[in-house]
Design a protein. Sequence first.
Lengths: 328, 328
Amino acid sequence: MNISEFAKIAGVSKSAVSRYFNNGYLSEEKIALIKAAVDKTGYAPSLSARSVKNKVTKLVGVIIPKLSSESIARITEGISEVLNEQGYKLLLVNTANDYNKEIDSLELLRNNWVDGIILMASVFTKLHKTVLDKIRVPVVILGQNYKGYNCVCHDDFGAAYSLTRLMIDKGASDLACVGVRMDDMATGKFRFDGFMKALNESGLTLHRGNHETADFTSESGYDHARRLFSGKSRPDAVFCATDSIAAGVVLYCKENGIRIPQDVMVCGIGDSRLSRLTSTTITSAHLHYKTAGIEAANMLLSQVDRGKSAPRILQLGYEVVERESTDR
Amino acid sequence: MNISEFAKIAGVSKSAVSRYFNNGYLSEEKIALIKAAVDKTGYAPSLSARSVKNKVTKLVGVIIPKLSSESIARITEGISEVLNEQGYKLLLVNTANDYNKEIDSLELLRNNWVDGIILMASVFTKLHKTVLDKIRVPVVILGQNYKGYNCVCHDDFGAAYSLTRLMIDKGASDLACVGVRMDDMATGKFRFDGFMKALNESGLTLHRGNHETADFTSESGYDHARRLFSGKSRPDAVFCATDSIAAGVVLYCKENGIRIPQDVMVCGIGDSRLSRLTSTTITSAHLHYKTAGIEAANMLLSQVDRGKSAPRILQLGYEVVERESTDR
DNA sequence: CTGAAAGCGCTAACAA
DNA sequence: TTGTTAGCGCTTTCAG
């Protein structure tokens, strides 16, 4: 049913109907007439047609690498909360860790579909830059710090530094790192750099064989723990780039009689629910994921409303949460 | 930029441009002309305007109660996979466990916005029915079994029965259940019913104080474990409606010197990653979450394409996965 | 194969 | 306050 047909049923003009749905001038009498007809027919205006006129879709595109990750879920909940409140809807694109798809999705949303985009970026290629620079709608990048773009990110470097420092202060001298690929700047490079800074500051060196690159799963953490602990000299502390990886390391230790924290200390990042439930609970750094989502959505919507402005970068802090895995 | 303006730049007519983007008849020559202009200007047709003509948005609404849940994330990944493949986009609505918002969201999507809806339902009220019956686009309900609607669901009853049976076969005689609210039929009622059937079949009774109602978190599982184990007689087996709850129970036992499985057996449902990482790994039932998402999306799209048809119910099986928590 | 023109459902400027 | 009317950007007949 369209507006003309409905107007006929309600016994009013098209404009009256339009005004009814757009808070225009309308007499009580007509309002009642239309309300009754709505109840009867269930008519609602076509959002597409409305968008054609308004040039506004009230839709925000959110591009994520995967869904089954506690951190991403929490971020997305934050985003969704703000969007809901402000009357926007969330168009979710899951790239399934496929970086080409990230580009495709940006292309897809580039014109005429959404009023703004939040990109949970992993790696950042020249292609990303090319596409991002062509996009007409506002974009906020979440979880990475790319100069020249609107970003909301975490203090990955600081969190890694503090945790490593903590383990050194507790007596660790032969530290290992299970990180992720370095082209993921936030989770890969910055967390590794923070780890290294703490080492260097204390005059420690990263021994050969003590640096592993895992993916984001605990299975992978488990596998890399095996490699770490099968060398001749075992590390006495393992810094992991994420809690999931740390959980895998903890599991490996449990199964192989390596005592935590007596034989080896372990920590992760993210303060996930998991870190409280593993056989040895895991010392971690709390990152404000939901807040990041909220801030990113607010940053985006303010640009949607008031037009693009100079790029801002918002970096959120962290809190170290000590648990059993470093308790000595 | 709109089609007319672009057509002028490309040096062709509006219709030619339209045909270019809709695989119509077009000479090589014009195709080249338009392609060049697209590269230069970045023009892409407005999807909203297209929808007005086509009466098709290529958008599917997905309503979920929350994001930070492994099962929901896996389901949604399945949905997203199919939608992507078929050229549909995913409009995500997070109701944040607010059942009123579930209704509102259905109302919102009811007309003219999406081509179909997947509803991850929790409870089912008369209001749900009223709204669902008014909706014009196809709807698939995921995770619950409501006669008369298209549903994809799990064998909650069977899974609970098998797990309880397993514990009884291993010698449990005083069983407890930590479930969730009964108006969530799938997770609450059916899992409890499955549990009870196994008890009854073996001539066992549910002792007073051995039935707790938790929410879906491990914190809640932890709290209810305290109540369970502070009575005079301790159960020798605890069936939990979800893995998260079970993880909380396991944590409580660990902290209070209650040995699993020697003193008490524990199991959950969902075969989550968590169940493999807790201090005592948790026996669980694998539910095919991602498959459920895939099947639901396929079911929905087939109705979108071929029009609504008689309601179908697809129930997926389960597999019991034995781990340490029942290993005796 | 091509372009002109009508029309999708809606909004808003305009005249009443 | 109201109704009429001219678009919004696109697709698709229809006549060439």
